[in-house]
Design a protein around this ligand. Structure first.
Ligand code: NIG
Ligand code: FE
Length: 417
């Protein structure tokens, strides 16, 4: 299929974009692209490709923007239950960490998720994933982390694999058994840490080996919530080191509310990404800038918590970091799976231009989940995951908010919306 007459074809070609390079859209005016099966075969101008491939079936983009599908590299999309009552408590003055310390927050979702069957978990999550796809996300990372015991964490992982297999939105799993201290270990966080290192990570390995026929080479990311009230820097180091030794790629939640040094730990351990980064110190920002660890900003989270402090994106870019954007979709801080809204927030509160926000939500987001070789840009040989917008100028992304500017979603070469 030949897609032609894109007012602006945003290719995002050339790999992840570091520091001041961010925002290189690889824009081709009146662009076209040729899809063969699930892959992109050629990219160029409409004039050139219509002459070179006269026999192809065509799809007229109608003078609208064509761009890569959004990649959402940080979500907690899989959960049971809801926390609307907590939202009200927060509006009445309770803080997120106070609610967590009182056994609510993540722990209330843990209670609902532990008691949900595999089928219930899948059924509650599927509509959220379908909505993400309609808003233009074609690949999303999804974390476990609402089980906090082995059986329930692995059931969540099983649900993520099943949703990936059965659905259109491609999912990348992350094992986040270190999302909170489970109630059973309330007075013994070190004991839970030891259990994760000595039993959790080996069990995760066994789980992956058992999936060989279904998902050869499955290696979920292992993530830790490094934060006051969750895991200390040393506990995070223990868990991530055990995971790395077992061959898993790493991620970390760092500096959402407090600066514990999680971002520098991520760099030291070669993590794929460090995420949140609100209270990040200058040395941590500099460490990220010297590394390939992607800095993932989640502007829906401070917005969702009605806080005024956001990720210091400009400082990260000045330090030469690779910056990406994600939703953080979760029932506590940010029930939003819409990357277009993330871009709108990023332009206002992270001071990104629309071009920078688009690159951070596509090619750099792909780098945050180790997939920049397959997705995140429109280049020959890459997966045909793309969007046709309803507008002719890409700057409407960021500029407009609250609606949906995606007209058509193409996933692995198939028109899916
Ligand atoms: O990224 N920080 C930890 N996890 C989520 C919140 C999860 C929840 O509240 O359920 C976050 O903000
Ligand atoms: Fe998170």
């Amino acid at each position: 299929m030949l897609i032609f007459h894109a007012s602006q074809l945003l290719t995002l070609a050339g790999g992840p974009q570091r520091g001041g390079e961010l925002g290189r859209l690889g824009l081709i005016p009146d662009g076209a692209l040729l899809l063969r099966g699930a892959e992109i075969a050629a990219v160029g101008t409409s004039a050139d490709l219509l002459v070179a491939y006269p026999q192809e079936e065509t799809l007229d983009a109608g003078g609208c923007v064509v761009m890569p599908g959004f990649v959402d590299p940080h979500t907690h999309a899989l959960w049971a239950g809801d926390r609307s009552a907590e939202f009200e408590l927060r509006l009445q003055g309770k803080t997120y960490l106070e609610i967590l310390a009182a056994g609510g927050g993540i722990l209330s979702t843990v209670r609902a998720t532990r008691s949900a069957s595999l089928d219930q978990l899948i059924a509650e999550t599927r509509p959220r994933l379908q909505e993400m796809l309609r808003y233009g996300t074609t690949t999303a990372e999804v974390k476990t982390g609402y089980g906090l015991n082995l059986e329930s964490e692995l059931r969540q992982l099983e649900a993520i694999l099943a949703l990936d297999e059965a659905g259109t939105l491609e999912l990348v799993p992350t094992f986040l058994a270190a999302h909170a201290i489970p109630p059973e270990f309330r007075r013994d966080p070190d004991g839970y840490t030891t259990q994760l290192c000595e039993q959790g990570i080996p069990a995760l390995r066994q789980f992956c080996l058992a999936q060989t026929a279904r998902q050869p080479g499955l290696r979920p990311f292992v993530d830790v919530f490094c934060e006051t009230g969750a895991f200390s820097l040393f506990q995070s180091w223990r868990i991530l080191t055990a995971a790395r030794e077992a061959g898993f790629p790493l991620k970390i939640h760092a500096d959402e509310f407090d600066n514990l040094g999680g971002a520098s730990l991520a760099v030291e351990l070669g993590a794929a990404s460090a995420d949140h980064l609100v209270k990040t110190s200058t040395p941590d920002i500099e460490a990220l800038g010297r590394s390939n660890t992607v800095a993932v900003a989640l502007p829906c989270t401070p917005f969702g918590l009605a806080e005024s402090e956001y990720t210091p994106a400009r400082a990260l870019l000045e330090a030469n970091a690779i910056l990406a954007l994600a939703t953080d979709l979760n029932p506590g801080t940010a029930w939003c799976g819409n990357m277009q809204f993330v871009l709108a927030l990023a332009c206002r509160y992270l001071k990104l231009t629309p071009a920078q926000a688009i690159a951070a939500a596509t090619i750099n987001a792909a780098a945050a989940i180790g997939r920049a070789d397959r997705i995140g840009s429109l280049e020959p040989g890459k997966q045909a995951d793309l969007l046709i917008l309803s507008v002719a100028d890409y700057r409407h992304l960021g500029y407009r908010f609250g609606g949906n500017l995606v007209r058509t979603v193409i996933k692995r070469g198939m028109n899916v919306s």
